[in-house]
Design a protein around this ligand. Structure first.
Ligand code: SF4
Length: 229
């Protein structure tokens, strides 16, 4: 299978009743400022080529961001942050991601979320995280050159461990705690894979200064260094 097939399958998933109801209700009611737009209202697949050596894993789509545009991290402030940073790191051809068809191209990086459907209050349940994790597992398995996973936030950090265990990576005990700049390298069946923690690009972090542009740039710089040319 390839990423396009996987993306199509993810887009049709209805495994989490609470999230299916929420994502479709948001798309039906819409936010007033977007009332003339067609909302996606479905699971949001990842974005980026199969040749990616870096994966960026976030939390879940925002109700009026990815759930509106149908593209991961696209159409909200969080997306503005991550795509501007990816551009500064040389991983995209433009600093913005506004809508499907805007000309954005990713090079060497795949961007995805731990949970693919917009959750109420941006808070998926642990059960929803576990239900969605097979999609992430299949996606990472389809990136044969993957060397680094940049994990945005503790939710994604928690979601990733069972995915990696299932892929044959021996996990450290105790499991390393999430933190900004935390770096963990695992030796697995496909060679070394490094996890890099970063505070999430949510507005709670970027508005308050908990996460600054230089902090995010430092993590992505380390990711490109580890990924190699
Ligand atoms: Fe399917 Fe994941 Fe959406 Fe649940 S969150 S319905 S598993 S795509």
């Amino acid at each position: 299978r390839d990423l396009a097939v996987l993306d199509a399958r993810i887009s049709g998933c209805r495994a989490c009743p609470r999230l299916v109801t929420w994502r479709e209700e948001v798309a039906r009611v819409k936010r007033a400022s977007f009332r003339d737009e067609e909302y996606w209202g479905r699971p949001v697949p990842g974005l980026g080529p199969a040749s990616a050596r870096i994966a960026v894993v976030g939390l879940a789509p925002a109700a009026h961001g990815g759930n509106r545009t149908g593209r991961v991290f696209t159409g909200d402030r969080s997306g503005d942050w991550i795509f501007a940073a990816l551009w500064r790191a040389g991983l995209t051809n433009q600093p913005t991601s506004t809508h499907v068809g805007d000309g954005l191209e990713l090079t060497g990086v795949r961007v995805a979320a731990a949970v693919r459907c917009a959750p109420p209050d941006n808070a998926p349940t642990p059960a929803e995280r576990d239900t969605c994790s097979p999609w992430l597992a299949r996606e990472l398995a389809l990136l044969p050159d993957l060397r680094v996973v940049v994990v945005l936030g503790g939710f994604g950090w928690t979601a990733l461990w069972p995915v990696l265990a299932g892929a044959g990576y021996p996990l450290p005990r105790p499991r390393p705690a999430f933190g900004h700049g935390v770096e963990v390298t695992l030796e697995g069946p496909r060679g070394p894979l490094t996890l890099l923690g970063s505070y999430h690009v949510s507005q709670q972090n970027t508005f308050t200064g908990r996460l600054t542009e230089p902090m995010l740039d430092a993590v992505l710089s380390r990711a490109t260094e580890l990924a190699g040319p």
